[in-house]
Structure formats: C-alpha cells, structure tokens
Ligand binder design. Structure first.
Ligand SMILES: Cc1ncc(COP(=O)(O)O)c(C=O)c1O
Length: 366
C-alpha cells in the first residue's frame, strides 16, 4: 500500500508530556499524587482569573474573539508595546510552530542549544528544516558557539532563557555581544516562558532588543507563574510583518474565550505574581539546602524547576518515586550527559517536603 503520510514524520516522535496525575492514581491505586514534572505553577489560577472564567462561562457557545482584540489592548499597555506587534497563541507552543511555518523552507537551518526545549526540533523538522544543536557549556547556552554555527542557511536561532531543562540564563552582556554580530535575516527567538521567575540582575529582557526593523521575537506564556497551563494561552512580540504572516496561517479561533478572559484578569494581579515569585525562590532555596544535605549536585536555576544529579539511573529513581506518588522527569530524555539527573518542578512547601522525604528514602534504598 502506498504510504500517504509525509516521510518527514518518520523521524519525529510524538511529544511525551509529564505523566498525568490521573494515570498514576489509576495505575498504582494511589489516592494522593504530587506532580512535579511539567514546570506548571503548583498554585491555581488567581482568584480574579477564576472569577473571570466563571463570569464568561455562559458565553462559551459563541466563537471567541478571533483577533484577541481586548487582550491585545491590555497586553500592549502592560508590556508597553504596540498591539500590532502582538500575537496570541494556544500556548506559546503554538507560536513556536507558527513561526517555523512562516519562515522555514526545506533545507533551512535552525540553531538551538542541546539540551533545550524539546519542541524546537519538532517544529523545525516538520518543515523539513535542519536542526543544528549546539551543546550547552556548563549547562548554559554557548552563544559564542551558536554564533559560529550561523551560516547563509540559518533562518532561526532559538534562545531559551531561562533554559528548559537546566534553568540557566544567558546574561545581558552575552546576548548583546551575540546580537551585535548576528547577521540580518536571522530570526532570533527569545523563549521567555519562565521570565517572571527570574531573580538575577544580569538577566536580559528580550523586549529591550525588539524593534520593528529587527527579526527578534519574544515569547512568553500564561502557563507558568500565572497558573493557566490548562487554558492554553501564550503570546509573542514580533515585527508587524511576522505577526501578519502568522495571522495568515493560524487557525481562525486559535485562542479560546475562557483563556482570553482569564489572561486579561491575570494581568491585573501584579502583587500576586510577585508573591508567587518570592514563594518559588524560598522553596528553591529549601530544595537546594536539602540537596546539599544529601550530597547531591544540582544546576542552579532561575526558573521554577531544578535539574539534580541523583548519581544513579534517573529512570530507576523515577519509578521508585512514582510508587510513592511523586511524578518527576527523568534526565535521559535530555541526552546521555543527563541520564543520572532528574528534573523536578518546584512545588508548594508541603509538596516539596514530601518530595524530599521520598527522595531520601529512594536514594537510601538499594
Ligand atoms: C521553554 C518553554 N517554552 C515554551 C513552553 C510552552 O508553554 P505553553 O505552550 O504552555 O505556553 C514551555 C513549556 O513547558 C517551555 O518550557
């Protein structure tokens, strides 16, 4: 039989998300399960967002506002950018895919760090693009090597800042040196999904480098600190020509109504965002201390997750933690260098305490 599926799909694997809580409860017969696997917020949406969703529930029989006009208006003043430079996506994941679709011709090259966010290779390969993956240096993007890899075929450079899965950042100086030397015609995408968590004065805000005549794109999301991962809504800032190209190919109603109202309400919650950032920092230091006590090395993180060297096969640690009702991510998915690492999302104080207790038990058992 003739294969009617595109041959490019043969080299792709489907995205494997963090194991869902419901699966673990069902499979292992557990009542309580803690998920620290997908870098979500451990806290629910802000009360204002829940209220907005509740108030809008009866409008769900209508299609959503296709242009996200009201949200763009609010976001434009929140970020101090023009509405015409904004694109809203069904998660920033959708925007990553749309950017690849509007830019890449077969054979075009895309540069990314390795390991970095696992969606970049997928969106490149579905367009028949070529991935150039530059190894991290000390768990950080090596912008010098990334720049060296740029050539005539380079179309996009993805800079995940902070990087998923390491939580490391590239600094202002590094980014400025990079941007000074990167040729015109290369789109530089700053993926800032964890922007709101960063507490480091050397962290660059991608928006400072954006201008209408540059191919710089900044992506952010409501999935992380805002706690709206289940609503699927993220946004990007890009030149008008990129935004209008994306508008041509996105689905007509790509962002649902409840996500739009929840995002708008969340933008008003600046103090609560600060509070969550503070809680995340406190809990990060709680986890660092516990890892130090256990003699475990870890990568210092600027985000809401930590990569920890558990000194044994992470799949074994994953399985044992799962039986104790705790879901984390194994490092093997990030390459050979990380097989003994686990990636753990920073949870609530109670969740972190339970995780540390379970990890101690798992690592002390044979
Ligand atoms: C670096 C990075 N970018 C983008 C995303 C996608 O986020 P969303 O599609 O939920 O906005 C994630 C999600 O984990 C991420 O880690």
């Amino acid at each position: 039989m003739k294969n009617f599926l595109r041959s490019e799909l043969d080299i792709l694997k489907s995205y494997s998300p963090g194991k869902p809580i419901s699966d673990v409860k069902r499979e292992l017969g557990l009542k309580e399960v803690i998920k620290l696997a997908s870098n979500e917020s451990p806290y629910p949406p802000f009360p204002e967002a829940i209220e907005a969703i509740w108030s809008a529930r009866n409008e769900a029989y209508r299609y959503p506002d296709s242009g996200c006009v009201e949200l763009k208006n609010k976001l434009a003043s929140f970020l101090d950018v023009l509405e015409s430079n904004l694109m809203i996506g069904n998660g920033s994941n959708e925007l990553l895919r749309l950017l690849a679709q509007v830019c890449l011709n077969p054979g075009d090259e895309v540069i990314m760090a390795n390991p970095s966010f696992i969606v970049y290779p997928t969106v490149t390969k579905i367009m028949n693009g070529v991935c150039r993956e530059i190894p991290l240096k000390n768990h950080k993007h090596d912008l010098v090597k990334i720049l060296d890899a740029v050539n005539d075929k380079t179309k996009i450079v993805f800079i995940c800042n902070p990087n998923n899965p390491t939580g490391t950042i590239v600094t202002k100086t590094e980014v400025e040196d990079f941007l000074r030397n990167v040729p015109d015609g290369v789109m530089v995408v700053f993926d800032e999904a964890y922007f709101e968590y960063v507490d480091n004065k050397n962290y660059p805000n991608g928006l400072d480098y954006f201008s209408e005549d540059k191919q710089i794109v900044v992506l952010r999301t409501f999935s992380k600190i805002y706690g709206l991962a289940g609503c699927r809504i993220g946004y990007g800032i890009a030149s008008r020509s990129i935004v209008s190209a994306v508008n041509k190919i996105r689905e007509p109603f790509n962002v649902n109504h409840l996500a739009q109202v929840a995002a708008m309400a969340s933008l008003g919650c600046k103090n609560q965002v600060k509070e969550r950032k503070k809680l995340n920092l406190e809990q990060k230091f709680y986890l660092y201390k516990a890892f130090d006590e256990m003699g475990l090395d870890y990568v210092k993180s600027e985000a809401n997750f930590i990569l920890v060297d558990v000194k044994k096969d992470s799949r074994e640690v994953f399985d044992k933690l799962l039986y104790k009702g705790i879901i984390i991510r194994t490092g093997n998915i990030f390459g050979l260098d990380y097989e003994d690492y686990i990636r753990v999302t920073i949870g609530t104080p109670e969740e972190n305490k339970k995780f540390i207790k379970a990890l101690r038990e798992v690592l002390s058992s044979r």
